[in-house]
Design a protein. Sequence first.
Length: 283
Amino acid sequence: MPADLNGYWKMISNDNFEEYLKALDVNVAIRKIATLLKPDKDIVHEGDHIIIKTLSTFKNYNMDFYVGKEFEEDLSGVDDRKCMTTITWEGDKLVCVQKGEIEGRGWTHWVDGDELHLELRAAGVVCKQVFKKTFYTHTHTPVSPAATMPADFNGRWILETSDKFEDYLKVLNIDFATRKIAISLSQTKVVAQDGDKFDFKTLSTLRNYELGFTVGVEFDEYTKGLDNRNVKSLVTWEGDTLVCTQKGEKANRGWKHWIEGDKLYLELTCEDVVCLQVFKRKE
């Protein structure tokens, strides 16, 4: 009996991923961004028909296939190669062989308790990723993340760490003096959440920024006090993670918020830069 892969899965570990990307000839800038991300897996599994969505703030990748049927796979968003792909069951493991330019390429998926394991292989390199189930999708009727009980973001959060924040400000064309002031400041997030309605206040001694929105409703955002641009913003749930896409002058702009224990994580993305900030809940 094959495993049931249905569910929404959040990454908890990622071993040797940069070496795997290097074996695929992915350039160093993209590798550094990719290794900072924590993608989710959204899987719908109905018999031998499986859809695997890999979701992140940088790039998404969808794979739709039937077990045992070879197909041409376009790996746009990964290394942009094409290969002939076949996926089969080996016991309760889903095994993929990707025939193409890179030797020994493929992957294996299996479930162990509430964890989804993924072994990625290319040119003798093996990467191991582990994901934890956050909720189930149902056969025939996939459940959208918004239909589940979302995380509770309410509270006051104090900045603990901020990685690559100056690089993020630089790509937004923030001037040198302001960048140096901004990276020296501590920030506080005050979040009020009522279902899918949010009010985020980012407070510091330099500038404050307030963002009010309803999940799933696109809105015009003016990033006053940051880089003073107009963008079209849309915030959605992906599992218990809030994901924002900001369409405007800057490519690949957005952010991602999630909670682990008493920590609030914020991943800021713009062009090829990813900044990761961690906040701790203030009692």
